[in-house]
Design a protein around this ligand. Sequence first.
Ligand SMILES: Nc1ncnc2c1ncn2[C@@H]1O[C@H](COP(=O)(O)OP(=O)(O)OP(=O)(O)O)[C@@H](O)[C@H]1O
Length: 334
Amino acid sequence: MPEIALSLEGLSVSYGGLRAVDGVDLDMAPGEVVALLGASGSGKSSLLRAVAGLEDAEGSIAWRGESVVPVPVHRRGFGLMFQDGQLFEHRDVGGNIAYGLAGMARQERDRRVAEMLELVGLSGYEGRAIATLSGGQAQRVALARALAPRPRLLLLDEPLSALDRALREQLAADLRAILRDQGTTALYVTHDQDEAMTVADRVGIMSAGRLMRVGSPEELWSDPGSREVAEFLGFGPFLPAKTAARLGLPPADGPQASGLLALAPGALGSVEGEAERGGPGLEARVVSCRLRRGQWEAVADVEGLGRATVLTARPHRPGDRLAVVLDPARTAWV
Ligand SMILES: Nc1ncnc2c1ncn2[C@@H]1O[C@H](COP(=O)(O)OP(=O)(O)OP(=O)(O)O)[C@@H](O)[C@H]1O
């Protein structure tokens, strides 16, 4: 049997009559990073807080087979990191990182602080005042502080949400490298799909308190499992089997829950010049067009599919005709 670090079984969190987390089962391997992804209010933070011991919960929470439910927060050996790093303003950077290292000899503590600062790319920042740090630097210090005592599990709640997108992307990649480097087992809550897919080995999709599906980013994209998860990931439109067959995509073998073919973002592309020549492809009319991250995207009414996003090689005007082809590798049956 594979080794299990954190194990959740039937975990539920209720606030009065509201069931914020509803019967979640999840096993995590040692050193694994799992991101919980879901819309606002789906119960991600409540689940994380229950694991930390900050929220009463039903069901079981075990670490290496032993229940941690009776263990108080500070004895669980779990590290925490939040959106706002919650650094102590009255301590300098070094003092913040050393906070969880009480009981360690001075020299050893200083060494650990320097090592953590190097890990997060802030070597030499020991004496800096917290108020002088940028948002990104503050979150790096918060990460160093959380990792310094070598927690057996790191719990991160939207650690990058307060940062702008470019910084978030950079820090997400750095975080992944740091967690791998340290072999840290981590549960990571975010509502940002790109961040989840960058940081985690496996991503869990939450909706209305339930864990809908857990898988590696590749698994989720190739088989989202349900229309709800597919929609959350940005798949669409969803084509009935008959339409899919007309496009040369007969249903895959095996039972299909709803028998719909879901198109991933980028599944439709235009063959430039073909519309004018009347060549292969579905006929489409452009509604609007925009440049997104260096790629032209047209919203178009596509024959037999309805309104959909189509990647194009150049900008198009409303009313332009396109010949649209489907990339079967960017589709999934749900
Ligand atoms: N302390 C609380 N008392 C009452 N209801 C709460 C409390 N904390 C959360 N809730 C409710 O529980 C549900 C789940 O909230 P939770 O914060 O876990 O979701 P989330 O997915 O983390 O959302 P967000 O991304 O907005 O933080 C929501 O309906 C929320 O309003």
